[in-house]
Structure formats: structure tokens, C-alpha cells
Design a protein around this ligand. Structure first.
Ligand code: F6R
Length: 614
């Protein structure tokens, strides 16, 4: 969490920083700040609120400087207020720093610094680190780079930091451990540092992804130098970005979330592009080619993920068990990492993450790796930490997802999981040739079918209007639709703040049925498939208690239409691929309800897109 951006070059830094912070605001938006240096003078502006509040706060000031840093915060230590906003300054005011991450041993370090006479103004762990750096520089009489290096050797925790110094006005220092830091290499000794490439893409496509334990120093004349915290020099490895600038704009939509929902026909297609051939009856996932045999031989697959990605993982469990006959366990990464799990070299761990930066998923990967398991990643952000940490993997190619609520990433993750399970099942011989061919053909029809679900938007908006004031909602599904029920409930609660629960439809009678009365909207996936009749019975149970049923059904269904209060018809498809269609109405319902309730759809309260703290 937290977004950081920094610039050094010939241009005025302020507009670059503000634009960059707006792109990074999905990472946190409790407070924001910038520091710029002009002729050895540091100007610092920061305040509680969003980047727009910062702009209003700065309004009219003569902000200058061709070197600067900016931060948008998701609070960890200390409430969101002006003082705790970043940049944080050292005691003398000579140093300023922006930070994404958590310094876990900050309390011990702070106590030592207080004993040495330092005083603190904020509650942040960041202020402790910048004071520590200043303390080392003063007492050990070393230069700034060395002071940073020594300080980072004392730090336990996660950080991506950038530091400016009044005494070194032509130098910018960045460092990373567990939180991401991308360096943009522009023309004429112009450099950028940022939490991801979105603030950089406009100026250069050449980037260096800093590795854990590396410190980068940019000098206006000498350029970029990288050393690790053991002080060994590293050669910067410059890569070219694949990202397109237009994908970072709203493109005429009112919100990123709506744009991303409507992008799904294309993002699913992009995800499949070049990976399947119906004519040749083949699925090829280049990224995992060398590990396919290992997956075929796997005794077990463990899927680790969080949130929406975890829901996609549940669909993956059904797919791998159905198609490849491999037992699968789906784990919340945060639980897995702390419960001494039994893992060995024969296990395949599938890590699913849109951002590729989620701290818990990353820690789960490290744990599984240390026990010898093979780690396969399914990530959206190219070059992200998880993508680089896994042994192999497949990108989802959904394009940048900016709305905090995940939508197109989910459908792309499910598409990759379907492709993987099919590829492994075919190689293992657990899918009959004819079934493989049918499923492959069906998969290619999904983008058009998603398009036709999106055409129901007006009807879905109408339903949203009826239920927007409900204080609670229940989502029910069975089999492949159960993870979709969980995902529907998550979407509703995270952006509309309405309490919602997802349940396997049959579990309802073991407790949640007590909640049902005439006020309770119950969203049910009742598409044609193996458990259709059972779900119809569950719907009857809700209706018998006067609950309101909003059912997602297969086009042409007449049975549920008769019982339900509303039906949303979606095209028929193979049950295994149904989550790719049935999730769309739930994404749209949540979106419309949130807009009607005047919520901040793209940046819901308390959340951040990239959860880089545990
Ligand atoms: C929900 C949502 C979160 C993420 C979760 C994992 O809409 O976006 O639940 O799915 O934080 O994030 P990634 O996939 O980036 O690891």
C-alpha cells in the first residue's frame, strides 16, 4: 500500500509528481504530500485527504524544483492526518523521505533514538527510519548513500523508500525490500522512481525493477548506480515496458470500474490470444511449458491467494479436480503462511495475484519455496514481484486494473486457470478428446457471450435501484457458482458498504436462513447445470420465507422466472465456464448500487488496490 513517485531531471518536478500520484492513488488515499528541492531549499507540502486536496492545499504557492518526491498514503502507523502524511523529515529538516511498507522494529529503533536525544513529531515508522539515517550520517561521518545502507541493515520489515537531502541537492536515493520500486530511465539523465510504472510510462518505456535489498542512487551528472545492502555493485538491467498509456485513462466511462467491467470481452480474449487453437485442438501456455510434466505428476496443487484472487482460486480447484484429476487445496495466503503447512517437493503451489505485490501471497510463496515446492504464478502486472519470484507462470494479460474492486482480473484469472487445467488434463489423459474439443470451442465463444451479458446493463441498473437501500444481502450458488456467490458478496460490500454474505446454496438451511424476511434480497445463481434442480429448491425455501429473489438464470429459463422476483438471463455455456458469465451481473449490480449511494466507486473507504502489508 501507499504510492510513491520521484523525479530528477530537467523538467519541473511538481506536475510530474501530481500526475503520478493521481495514477497511484489506487494504492491508498488517506493523505498525500510532495517535497521539492530548488537551489538547495526544500519545499514540503502535505495534508490529510486525497491528491486533489493536496493540490487545493498547495494552490497558488510557487512550487519549483527539478527534483522531487511524492506520496499517497494508506495509513499503517498513526491515523491519517497532516503530520503523519509523507514525506517525513529528519530532525534537522535536511532529509525528507517517502515510504511504502512497514518498519517492524520501529519501536525499538525509536526508543534508541529518543535515548540519543532525538524527538519525534509523527506517529509513523517512516519518521523513525529517516531520523535513524540522519543519526548515522552525523555520528559515523559517512555520506548519504552509506548512511542509508547502514540504516537499512538495522531495519526489519518492508520498505520502498526515496530520500532527498538538502546537503546533496543533485542526488536521489531509493531502496526496496518486499515493497515494489520501479526506476524509469529517461533521456538526458532524467530518472523516475515509483511504486509501479504508471507514473513513468508517459515519459519513458525503459525501466529497471529494483530487487529486494538493493539501493539505487541517481546523481544528476553520474546517472544511476545500484548497490545492494552488502555494498556490492549491481548492473542495472533495463527492460522495456509493455504497458499502453491509453489503458490508464477512463476512456469516456464515469469510473474505472465500469470501464474495466465493460473491457471483459476484450480482456478475456487477450488472455486467450495465442494460447489456444481449436483447429489443432491445443492449449499452449508458454510460461509454464517447462513445468507441465511436473504439474501432470503433481500429487497435489495448493492454490494461495487473497480476496477476489482467492475466489478465482476456488474456481481453479473445481477445474483442476474436474479436468486434471489432481487434488487441490485453496488457501488464504495469510493463513497458510502462519500455520506450519505440510509441503514438499512434489507439491505445486499456484499463486494468484492481480497486482503481483500482495504481501501475504508473497510470504506464502517464500514459505512454499523454502520447502522445495514448485511455484507457478498467475499475475496480471507484468514484472511484478510475485511474477518475478515464482519458478514459472502465466500472465493474465487483462491490462491495468485501476478500480480498487477487482473485476476483469477475476475473469482473466479464471480463464488462465481453465486453460491450465485443460492443458494439464489433456497431457495427463484425464479429459476425453471430444470433451476437450467442446470445452475449447466453448471457451472461444465466451467473449461474445460476455458482451451479450453486458447488454443487460439497463435491466441490472433497474434492479439495483430497487435494492440499493437494503442493509444486508445474501448471495447463493452451488458448485462452480459458489465462488461467484462469494465474489458477488465481496463486490457489494467493498464498494457500497452494504453487508453481504456469500454461501453455498445448500448451506443456507444450516443457519443463514434465519436471516430471511421480506426485506432480504437474495441473489442466486440458478443457471442450467448439474445442480440446477437443487438450487431451484433452495429458491423455493427462500420464497417460502418471503425473501426477495434476484436470480441469474440461463436464457430461456421458465421455471425460476415463475418463482423469482427478478431474473437476469445470461447465455448458456459449459458449467465449468459459467463463472465467466455469471459474475458479470453481480459486478454491475454492485457498481450501480454504489453509484446510487454516492460511494467512491474506484477508491472505496479503507481499501487499497495493492496490499503490500500483511
Ligand atoms: C477485491 C479485491 C481484493 C484483491 C486482494 C488480492 O475486489 O480487489 O480482494 O483481490 O487484495 O489482491 P491481488 O490479486 O493483487 O493479490
Amino acid at each position: 500500500m501507499c504510492g510513491i513517485v520521484a523525479y530528477i531531471g530537467d523538467q519541473e518536478a511538481y506536475p510530474i509528481l501530481i500526475k503520478g500520484l493521481k495514477r497511484l492513488e489506487y494504492r491508498g488515499y488517506d493523505s498525500a504530500g510532495v517535497a521539492l528541492m530548488d537551489n538547495g531549499e526544500l519545499q514540503l507540502y502535505k495534508c490529510k485527504g486525497r491528491v486533489a486536496d493536496l493540490e487545493a492545499h498547495i494552490n497558488g504557492a510557487d512550487v519549483r524544483g527539478t527534483i522531487g518526491i511524492g506520496h499517497t498514503r494508506w495509513a499503517t502507523h498513526g491515523e491519517p492526518n497532516d503530520v503523519n502524511a509523507h514525506p517525513q523529515s529528519s530532525g534537522s529538516g535536511d532529509l525528507v523521505m517517502i515510504h511504502n511498507g512497514i518498519i517492524e522494529n520501529y519501536a525499538t529503533l525509536k526508543e534508541e533514538l529518543i535515548n540519543r536525544g532525538h524527538t519525534f513529531v509523527s506517529d509513523t515508522d517512516t519518521e523513525v527510519l529517516i531520523q535513524l539515517i540522519e543519526d548515522i550520517r552525523q555520528h559515523e561521518e559517512v555520506d548519504l548513500f552509506e548512511a542509508v545502507r547502514i540504516a537499512l541493515n538495522e531495519v526489519v520489515g518492508a520498505y520502498a523508500i526515496v530520500i532527498l537531502s538538502r546537503k546533496d541537492p543533485d542526488i536521489m536515493i531509493g531502496a526496496k525490500k518486499s515493497s515494489p520500486l520501479t526506476i524509469g530511465v529517461g533521456n538526458n539523465n532524467e530518472y523516475f522512481m515509483a511504486s509501479d510504472a504508471t507514473p513513468i510510462i508517459e515519459y519513458t518505456k525503459n525501466v529497471v525493477y529494483l530487487e529486494d535489498g538493493e539501493i539505487a542512487m541517481v546523481d544528476r551528472t553520474a546517472g544511476l548506480m545500484i548497490r545492494n545492502i552488502e555494498n556490492q555493485e549491481k548492473t542495472p538491467y533495463i527492460q522495456e515496458l509493455e504497458m499502453q498509456l491509453e489503458n490508464l485513462e477512463k476512456g469516456g466511462y464515469e469510473h474505472f470500474m465500469l470501464k474495466e467491467i465493460f473491457e471483459q470481452p476484450r480482456s478475456i480474449l487477450d488472455c486467450m490470444r495465442g494460447r489456444l487453437s481449436v483447429e489443432k485442438g491445443k492449449v499452449v501456455l508458454g510460461g509454464i511449458k517447462d513445468y507441465e510434466q511436473k504439474m501432470v505428476n503433481a500429487k497435489r496443487i495448493i492454490i494461495v491467494a487473497c480476496g477476489t484472487s482467492w475466489h478465482a482460486g476456488l474456481v481453479g480447484e473445481y477445474l483442476f479436480e474436474d479436468l486434471a484429476r489432481i487434488p487441490v487445496e485453496v488457501e488464504y495466503a495469510s493463513e497458510f503462511r502462519y500455520r506450519n503447512p505440510i509441503i514438499d517437493e512434489d507439491d505445486i503451489v499456484l499463486a494468484i495475484s492481480q497486482s503481483g505485490e500482495t504481501a501475504d501471497t508473497l510470504a506464502a510463496i517464500e514459505l512454499a519455496k523454502s520447502k522445495g515446492a514448485t511455484i507457478i504464478g498467475i499475475c496480471n502486472v507484468v514484472g511484478s514481484t510475485i511474477a518475478r519470484t515464482t519458478h514459472a507462470g502465466s500472465y493474465t494479460h487483462a491490462g491495468p486494473e485501476i478500480g480498487v474492486a477487482s473485476t476483469k482480473a477475476f475473469t482473466a484469472q479464471v480463464t488462465v486457470l481453465a486453460l491450465m487445467a485443460m492443458a494439464i488434463g489433456k497431457r495427463k489423459g484425464t479429459i476425453p478428446e471430444s470433451a476437450f474439443h467442446l470445452l475449447l470451442t466453448e471457451l472461444t465463444s465466451i467473449p461474445d457471450k460476455v458482451e451479450s451479458v453486458l447488454k443487460r446493463d439497463a435491466q441490472i441498473k433497474y434492479i439495483a435501484d430497487i435494492y440499493k437501500d437494503a442493509p444486508n444481502a445474501l448471495y447463493l450458488g452451488r458448485g462452480y457458482s459458489f465462488p461467484v456467490a462469494l465474489e458477488g458478496a465481496l463486490k457489494l460490500k467493498e464498494i457500497s458498504y452494504i453487508h453481504a454474505e456469500g454461501y453455498p446454496a445448500a448451506e443456507m438451511k444450516h443457519g443463514p436462513i434465519a436471516l430471511i424476511d421480506e426485506e432480504m434480497p437474495v441473489f442466486v445463481i440458478a443457471t442450467k447445470g448439474p445442480s440446477y434442480e437443487k438450487v431451484v429448491s433452495n429458491i423455493q425455501e427462500v420464497k417460502a420465507r418471503k425473501g426477495k429473489i434476484i436470480a441469474v438464470v440461463t436464457e430461456g429459463d421458465i421455471v425460476v422466472k415463475d418463482i423469482a422476483d427478478h431474473v437476469i438471463e445470461i447465455p448458456d455455456t459449459d458449467d465449468k465456464l459459467m463463472p465467466l458469465l455469471s459474475v458479470i451481473p453481480f459486478q454491475l449490480i454492485s457498481y450501480h448500487i454504489a453509484v446510487m449511494l454516492k460511494r467512491n466507486v474506484d477508491q472505496p473507504r479503507n481499501l487499497a488496490k495493492s496490499v503490500t502489508v500483511e
